[in-house]
Design a protein around this ligand. Structure first.
Ligand code: 13P
Length: 341
Protein backbone atom coordinates (compact mmCIF):
# COMPACT_ATOMS: atom_id res chain seq x y z
CA UNK A 1 0.00 0.00 0.00
CA UNK A 2 2.72 2.39 1.13
CA UNK A 3 4.82 1.32 -1.83
CA UNK A 4 1.97 1.82 -4.29
CA UNK A 5 1.49 5.39 -3.21
CA UNK A 6 5.22 6.12 -3.44
CA UNK A 7 5.37 4.64 -6.93
CA UNK A 8 2.44 6.78 -8.01
CA UNK A 9 4.06 9.88 -6.55
CA UNK A 10 7.35 9.14 -8.30
CA UNK A 11 5.50 8.86 -11.63
CA UNK A 12 3.80 12.21 -11.12
CA UNK A 13 7.11 13.82 -10.16
CA UNK A 14 8.69 12.43 -13.34
CA UNK A 15 5.85 13.71 -15.48
CA UNK A 16 6.44 17.22 -14.12
CA UNK A 17 10.03 17.23 -15.39
CA UNK A 18 10.13 15.73 -18.87
CA UNK A 19 13.08 16.97 -20.92
CA UNK A 20 12.32 20.40 -22.33
CA UNK A 21 9.38 21.24 -20.08
CA UNK A 22 8.86 23.18 -16.86
CA UNK A 23 6.20 24.49 -14.53
CA UNK A 24 4.20 27.71 -14.62
CA UNK A 25 3.75 29.21 -11.15
CA UNK A 26 0.41 31.01 -11.46
CA UNK A 27 -0.40 30.70 -7.77
CA UNK A 28 -0.11 34.32 -6.70
CA UNK A 29 -2.31 34.99 -3.69
CA UNK A 30 -5.03 37.60 -4.17
CA UNK A 31 -2.88 40.26 -2.53
CA UNK A 32 0.17 39.42 -4.66
CA UNK A 33 -1.71 39.36 -7.97
CA UNK A 34 -3.38 42.63 -6.95
CA UNK A 35 0.09 44.21 -6.66
CA UNK A 36 1.03 42.86 -10.09
CA UNK A 37 -2.21 44.22 -11.58
CA UNK A 38 -1.61 47.61 -9.94
CA UNK A 39 1.65 47.91 -11.87
CA UNK A 40 -0.32 47.75 -15.13
CA UNK A 41 -3.29 49.75 -13.81
CA UNK A 42 -5.77 46.87 -13.89
CA UNK A 43 -8.32 46.52 -11.07
CA UNK A 44 -8.06 43.18 -9.28
CA UNK A 45 -11.45 41.51 -9.13
CA UNK A 46 -12.42 37.85 -9.19
CA UNK A 47 -13.41 38.38 -12.83
CA UNK A 48 -10.20 40.13 -13.99
CA UNK A 49 -8.14 37.49 -12.23
CA UNK A 50 -10.20 34.79 -13.95
CA UNK A 51 -9.75 36.43 -17.35
CA UNK A 52 -6.01 36.69 -16.85
CA UNK A 53 -5.55 33.09 -15.74
CA UNK A 54 -7.81 31.93 -18.57
CA UNK A 55 -5.52 33.70 -21.02
CA UNK A 56 -2.53 31.80 -19.61
CA UNK A 57 -4.14 28.37 -19.46
CA UNK A 58 -5.75 28.53 -22.91
CA UNK A 59 -2.60 29.66 -24.73
CA UNK A 60 -2.46 27.49 -27.86
CA UNK A 61 0.38 24.92 -27.82
CA UNK A 62 1.59 25.88 -24.35
CA UNK A 63 1.60 22.18 -23.45
CA UNK A 64 4.71 21.80 -25.66
CA UNK A 65 6.72 23.59 -22.97
CA UNK A 66 4.69 23.48 -19.75
CA UNK A 67 4.21 20.26 -17.77
CA UNK A 68 2.31 21.61 -14.76
CA UNK A 69 0.61 24.73 -13.45
CA UNK A 70 0.49 25.81 -9.82
CA UNK A 71 -2.78 27.52 -8.97
CA UNK A 72 -4.19 29.46 -6.05
CA UNK A 73 -7.30 28.31 -4.17
CA UNK A 74 -9.56 30.75 -6.04
CA UNK A 75 -8.13 29.75 -9.42
CA UNK A 76 -8.44 25.98 -9.09
CA UNK A 77 -12.20 26.47 -8.66
CA UNK A 78 -12.64 28.81 -11.64
CA UNK A 79 -13.97 28.13 -15.13
CA UNK A 80 -13.37 29.52 -18.60
CA UNK A 81 -15.87 31.70 -20.50
CA UNK A 82 -17.50 28.58 -21.93
CA UNK A 83 -17.97 26.97 -18.52
CA UNK A 84 -15.13 24.44 -18.64
CA UNK A 85 -13.15 24.26 -15.40
CA UNK A 86 -9.54 25.39 -15.53
CA UNK A 87 -8.57 21.99 -14.14
CA UNK A 88 -10.23 20.25 -17.06
CA UNK A 89 -8.67 22.64 -19.61
CA UNK A 90 -5.22 21.84 -18.26
CA UNK A 91 -5.87 18.10 -18.00
CA UNK A 92 -7.07 18.00 -21.60
CA UNK A 93 -3.74 19.49 -22.67
CA UNK A 94 -1.85 16.91 -20.59
CA UNK A 95 -0.76 19.61 -18.12
CA UNK A 96 -0.80 18.57 -14.46
CA UNK A 97 -2.84 20.82 -12.13
CA UNK A 98 -1.07 21.87 -8.93
CA UNK A 99 -2.01 23.97 -5.93
CA UNK A 100 -0.34 26.34 -3.49
CA UNK A 101 -1.26 25.07 -0.03
CA UNK A 102 0.65 27.29 2.35
CA UNK A 103 -1.31 30.02 4.05
CA UNK A 104 1.20 32.82 3.52
CA UNK A 105 3.49 34.25 6.17
CA UNK A 106 3.26 35.78 9.63
CA UNK A 107 6.00 37.39 11.78
CA UNK A 108 8.17 34.70 13.35
CA UNK A 109 7.52 36.34 16.71
CA UNK A 110 5.99 39.62 17.86
CA UNK A 111 8.04 42.49 16.48
CA UNK A 112 10.30 40.25 14.38
CA UNK A 113 10.83 41.07 10.73
CA UNK A 114 11.55 37.45 9.90
CA UNK A 115 8.65 35.42 8.56
CA UNK A 116 7.17 32.03 9.30
CA UNK A 117 5.03 30.31 6.68
CA UNK A 118 1.78 29.06 8.15
CA UNK A 119 -1.00 26.76 7.03
CA UNK A 120 -0.52 23.39 8.73
CA UNK A 121 -3.83 23.63 10.56
CA UNK A 122 -6.46 21.63 8.70
CA UNK A 123 -3.93 20.83 5.97
CA UNK A 124 -4.81 17.11 5.55
CA UNK A 125 -8.46 18.00 4.88
CA UNK A 126 -7.50 20.72 2.39
CA UNK A 127 -5.08 18.39 0.62
CA UNK A 128 -7.82 15.76 0.30
CA UNK A 129 -10.22 18.28 -1.22
CA UNK A 130 -7.59 19.56 -3.68
CA UNK A 131 -6.95 15.98 -4.74
CA UNK A 132 -10.69 15.61 -5.37
CA UNK A 133 -10.59 18.78 -7.47
CA UNK A 134 -7.86 17.21 -9.63
CA UNK A 135 -4.61 18.57 -8.18
CA UNK A 136 -1.71 16.11 -8.26
CA UNK A 137 1.00 18.27 -6.79
CA UNK A 138 1.27 20.95 -4.12
CA UNK A 139 3.56 23.83 -3.24
CA UNK A 140 4.64 25.44 0.03
CA UNK A 141 7.01 28.41 0.11
CA UNK A 142 9.18 29.44 3.04
CA UNK A 143 11.14 32.71 2.83
CA UNK A 144 14.47 33.69 4.31
CA UNK A 145 15.89 37.19 4.17
CA UNK A 146 19.60 37.88 4.28
CA UNK A 147 21.13 40.60 6.44
CA UNK A 148 24.03 40.71 8.90
CA UNK A 149 21.90 38.99 11.55
CA UNK A 150 19.35 37.13 9.39
CA UNK A 151 18.30 34.46 8.90
CA UNK A 152 18.31 33.30 12.52
CA UNK A 153 18.56 29.60 13.25
CA UNK A 154 15.07 29.81 14.78
CA UNK A 155 13.69 31.04 11.46
CA UNK A 156 15.46 28.29 9.54
CA UNK A 157 14.43 25.54 11.94
CA UNK A 158 10.76 26.50 12.28
CA UNK A 159 10.24 27.01 8.55
CA UNK A 160 12.08 23.83 7.72
CA UNK A 161 9.98 21.76 10.13
CA UNK A 162 6.81 23.15 8.59
CA UNK A 163 8.07 22.39 5.06
CA UNK A 164 8.79 18.80 6.03
CA UNK A 165 5.37 18.33 7.67
CA UNK A 166 3.65 19.78 4.62
CA UNK A 167 5.72 17.50 2.37
CA UNK A 168 4.83 14.26 4.16
CA UNK A 169 1.17 15.22 4.49
CA UNK A 170 1.05 15.98 0.76
CA UNK A 171 2.52 12.60 -0.07
CA UNK A 172 0.03 10.89 2.24
CA UNK A 173 -2.74 12.65 0.28
CA UNK A 174 -1.32 11.51 -3.09
CA UNK A 175 0.13 14.90 -4.03
CA UNK A 176 3.76 15.48 -5.02
CA UNK A 177 5.19 18.19 -2.77
CA UNK A 178 7.23 20.97 -4.30
CA UNK A 179 9.42 22.06 -1.43
CA UNK A 180 10.25 25.75 -1.84
CA UNK A 181 12.71 27.30 0.60
CA UNK A 182 13.38 30.72 -0.95
CA UNK A 183 16.42 32.73 0.10
CA UNK A 184 15.40 36.18 -1.05
CA UNK A 185 17.39 38.40 -3.42
CA UNK A 186 16.60 41.60 -1.49
CA UNK A 187 19.74 43.15 -0.01
CA UNK A 188 23.29 43.99 -0.95
CA UNK A 189 24.90 40.69 0.07
CA UNK A 190 27.50 38.88 -2.02
CA UNK A 191 27.08 35.66 -3.98
CA UNK A 192 29.19 33.93 -1.31
CA UNK A 193 26.76 35.00 1.41
CA UNK A 194 23.83 33.70 -0.64
CA UNK A 195 25.71 30.40 -1.00
CA UNK A 196 26.37 30.19 2.73
CA UNK A 197 22.76 30.91 3.74
CA UNK A 198 21.21 28.67 1.07
CA UNK A 199 23.55 25.89 2.14
CA UNK A 200 22.47 26.27 5.77
CA UNK A 201 18.79 26.31 4.80
CA UNK A 202 18.94 23.31 2.46
CA UNK A 203 20.93 21.22 4.94
CA UNK A 204 18.24 21.82 7.56
CA UNK A 205 15.43 21.16 5.10
CA UNK A 206 16.83 17.79 4.03
CA UNK A 207 17.46 16.88 7.65
CA UNK A 208 13.78 17.50 8.44
CA UNK A 209 12.54 15.78 5.27
CA UNK A 210 14.55 12.75 6.39
CA UNK A 211 13.02 12.88 9.90
CA UNK A 212 9.53 12.91 8.37
CA UNK A 213 10.48 10.04 6.01
CA UNK A 214 9.51 11.97 2.92
CA UNK A 215 9.98 9.82 -0.18
CA UNK A 216 12.58 11.65 -2.29
CA UNK A 217 11.57 10.19 -5.68
CA UNK A 218 8.09 11.61 -5.05
CA UNK A 219 9.07 15.22 -4.41
CA UNK A 220 10.65 18.16 -6.22
CA UNK A 221 12.86 20.90 -4.80
CA UNK A 222 12.23 24.52 -5.76
CA UNK A 223 15.23 26.58 -4.67
CA UNK A 224 16.65 30.00 -5.47
CA UNK A 225 19.76 30.27 -7.61
CA UNK A 226 22.99 31.38 -5.95
CA UNK A 227 23.18 35.05 -6.87
CA UNK A 228 24.26 38.28 -5.15
CA UNK A 229 21.60 40.52 -3.60
CA UNK A 230 19.66 42.81 -5.94
CA UNK A 231 21.40 45.93 -4.64
CA UNK A 232 24.87 44.38 -4.50
CA UNK A 233 27.63 46.31 -6.21
CA UNK A 234 28.99 43.31 -8.13
CA UNK A 235 27.06 41.76 -10.99
CA UNK A 236 27.91 38.21 -12.05
CA UNK A 237 27.44 36.34 -15.30
CA UNK A 238 25.23 33.28 -15.91
CA UNK A 239 28.26 30.98 -15.91
CA UNK A 240 29.23 32.13 -12.40
CA UNK A 241 25.64 31.69 -11.21
CA UNK A 242 25.42 28.22 -12.69
CA UNK A 243 28.76 27.12 -11.31
CA UNK A 244 28.01 28.10 -7.70
CA UNK A 245 24.41 26.91 -7.81
CA UNK A 246 25.33 23.51 -9.16
CA UNK A 247 28.23 23.17 -6.75
CA UNK A 248 25.93 23.79 -3.80
CA UNK A 249 23.14 21.52 -5.00
CA UNK A 250 25.62 18.72 -5.59
CA UNK A 251 26.68 18.83 -1.96
CA UNK A 252 23.25 19.03 -0.32
CA UNK A 253 20.52 17.53 -2.54
CA UNK A 254 20.17 13.72 -2.43
CA UNK A 255 20.41 12.13 -5.85
CA UNK A 256 17.08 10.35 -5.27
CA UNK A 257 15.31 13.70 -5.69
CA UNK A 258 14.35 13.55 -9.38
CA UNK A 259 14.17 17.22 -10.19
CA UNK A 260 15.05 20.73 -9.19
CA UNK A 261 12.73 23.42 -10.51
CA UNK A 262 14.05 26.90 -9.86
CA UNK A 263 12.05 29.93 -8.82
CA UNK A 264 12.82 33.21 -10.60
CA UNK A 265 12.74 35.32 -7.43
CA UNK A 266 12.99 38.75 -9.02
CA UNK A 267 15.53 38.00 -11.77
CA UNK A 268 14.46 39.53 -15.08
CA UNK A 269 12.84 37.11 -17.52
CA UNK A 270 16.00 37.09 -19.68
CA UNK A 271 18.33 36.58 -16.69
CA UNK A 272 16.21 33.67 -15.44
CA UNK A 273 16.41 32.00 -18.84
CA UNK A 274 20.13 32.69 -19.31
CA UNK A 275 20.97 31.30 -15.87
CA UNK A 276 18.91 28.16 -16.36
CA UNK A 277 20.55 27.64 -19.73
CA UNK A 278 24.04 27.97 -18.23
CA UNK A 279 23.04 25.47 -15.56
CA UNK A 280 22.10 22.96 -18.27
CA UNK A 281 25.28 23.18 -20.32
CA UNK A 282 26.40 20.01 -18.61
CA UNK A 283 24.29 17.10 -17.41
CA UNK A 284 23.39 17.22 -13.74
CA UNK A 285 22.39 14.49 -11.27
CA UNK A 286 18.82 15.73 -11.47
CA UNK A 287 16.62 17.27 -14.11
CA UNK A 288 17.15 21.06 -13.75
CA UNK A 289 14.12 22.99 -14.89
CA UNK A 290 11.95 25.99 -14.08
CA UNK A 291 8.92 26.76 -11.98
CA UNK A 292 8.80 30.44 -12.75
CA UNK A 293 6.16 32.97 -11.79
CA UNK A 294 7.40 36.46 -12.60
CA UNK A 295 9.96 35.43 -15.22
CA UNK A 296 7.23 33.80 -17.31
CA UNK A 297 4.49 36.32 -16.65
CA UNK A 298 6.01 39.81 -16.60
CA UNK A 299 5.93 40.37 -20.37
CA UNK A 300 2.52 38.70 -20.58
CA UNK A 301 0.97 41.02 -18.00
CA UNK A 302 2.35 44.08 -19.79
CA UNK A 303 1.10 42.95 -23.17
CA UNK A 304 -2.33 42.06 -21.79
CA UNK A 305 -2.88 45.27 -19.85
CA UNK A 306 -6.34 44.13 -18.79
CA UNK A 307 -7.77 44.28 -22.28
CA UNK A 308 -9.49 41.39 -24.03
CA UNK A 309 -8.30 42.80 -27.34
CA UNK A 310 -4.69 42.16 -26.29
CA UNK A 311 -5.21 38.55 -25.30
CA UNK A 312 -3.71 36.87 -28.34
CA UNK A 313 -0.59 39.11 -28.30
CA UNK A 314 -0.18 38.34 -24.61
CA UNK A 315 -0.53 34.62 -25.32
CA UNK A 316 2.20 34.89 -27.96
CA UNK A 317 4.48 36.48 -25.37
CA UNK A 318 3.74 33.66 -22.92
CA UNK A 319 4.34 30.97 -25.53
CA UNK A 320 7.63 32.58 -26.53
CA UNK A 321 8.91 32.89 -22.93
CA UNK A 322 7.93 29.28 -22.27
CA UNK A 323 9.64 28.16 -25.49
CA UNK A 324 12.87 29.96 -24.61
CA UNK A 325 12.89 28.46 -21.12
CA UNK A 326 12.24 25.05 -22.66
CA UNK A 327 15.39 25.53 -24.76
CA UNK A 328 17.25 26.55 -21.57
CA UNK A 329 16.26 23.23 -19.97
CA UNK A 330 18.35 21.50 -22.65
CA UNK A 331 21.11 24.14 -22.72
CA UNK A 332 20.20 25.29 -26.23
CA UNK A 333 19.07 28.86 -25.54
CA UNK A 334 20.96 31.90 -26.78
CA UNK A 335 20.13 35.47 -25.77
CA UNK A 336 20.27 36.37 -29.49
CA UNK A 337 16.94 34.53 -29.75
CA UNK A 338 15.28 37.31 -27.74
CA UNK A 339 13.09 39.30 -30.07
CA UNK A 340 10.10 40.25 -27.97
CA UNK A 341 11.43 41.68 -24.72
P1 13P B 1 8.86 33.61 -8.94
O1 13P B 1 9.39 32.81 -10.12
O2 13P B 1 8.22 34.89 -9.35
O3 13P B 1 9.86 33.73 -7.85
O4 13P B 1 7.65 32.78 -8.37
C1 13P B 1 7.82 31.46 -8.11
C2 13P B 1 6.95 31.07 -6.97
O5 13P B 1 6.25 30.10 -7.07
C3 13P B 1 6.99 31.86 -5.74
O6 13P B 1 6.38 31.14 -4.72
Amino acid sequence: MEEDNNTKLAKIAQSLIPIGKGILAADESTSTITKRFELIGVPSTEETRRQYRQLLFTTPEIEKYISGVIMYDETIRQKSDNGESFVSILQNKGIIPGIKVDGGTTPLRVGSSELLTIGLEGLPERLASYYELGARFAKWRAVFTISDEFPTSECIEKNSQALALYAIQSQQAGLVPIVEPEVMMEGSHSQERCYEVTNQVLLQVFKDLEVQKVSYPGMLLKPNMIVPGKSAAMAINPYQTAQKTRALLETVVPKEVPGIVFLSGGMTPVQATENLNAMNKERALWQLSFSYGRALQEPVLKAWNGSRGNESTAQEMFLERARLNSLAVVGKYDSKMETMS
